[in-house]
Design a protein around this ligand. Sequence first.
Ligand code: ADP
Ligand code: MG
Length: 257
Amino acid sequence: MSAAIGIHGAHRAFGDQVVIDGVDLELPSGSVTVVLGPSGSGKSTLLRAINHLEPLDRGVVTVGDETIGVRVRTGRGGVPRYKELPERLILRQRSRIGFVFQHFELFPHLTALENVAEGPIAAGVPAATANARAQELLERVGLGDRGATRPRQLSGGQQQRVAIARALALDPSVVLLDEPTSALDPELVGEVLGVIRALAGSGTTLVIVTHEVAFAREVADHVVFLDHGRVVEQGPPAQVIDAPQHPRTRDFLSRVR
Ligand code: ADP
Ligand code: MG
């Protein structure tokens, strides 16, 4: 299988706090990767780097066969430096990656359908086509009858399902989900996990940051445990979740279960 996402030598610091400290990952096309790790371990920063919402200081991120950021040598014997791609390419690459945020981030003044159709319309898809596709996506997340509703009239679980439909609107090759259920009341978590479970079964490449360990064991092909910006342990769930080798992984799992 080809890599849908590659991360090589990723590094990011805020001031003198190193947040991503030499991460290398290869995520095969069609795979479901769950990223686990304590609060502050760099999970969101890593996900945001893949989508270009945060730059890296150094490292290379590839999506499909395209490079998102490149390390270049500056000057003779110069220090490798992370160089951003032109905005035009960043936007094109971002359109191939869906992103689902912890707090949904829907446009409050748009209806559910408009939230889903807005990206494709902005990208030049004719409105009738974009609206029909948005309706299909709302049906897929169980909200086919809520298209005319504004976000504040929807429950948190429904809003997150609209956000997932929106993330799928441009037929992305990868969907990144950053703690998609952690802002939800407990009784609403199941409906969102159900939608993600169906997505995982459909062959879309997913990267999910979550503390839902039982869910991770069920859907993940690959589990990555991140601590202090480093990949401490990675492998199939039967290894990382059921038989963790590293004390920090064991300690984390004992606290979230
Ligand atoms: P996680 O998602 O695993 O909880 P984050 O990637 O959000 O971790 O953050 C990792 C660390 O980087 C935290 O200590 C956080 O405070 C810090 N951090 C994240 N974003 C910024 C920023 N824009 N400016 C300064 N510090 C940041
Ligand atoms: Mg986070």
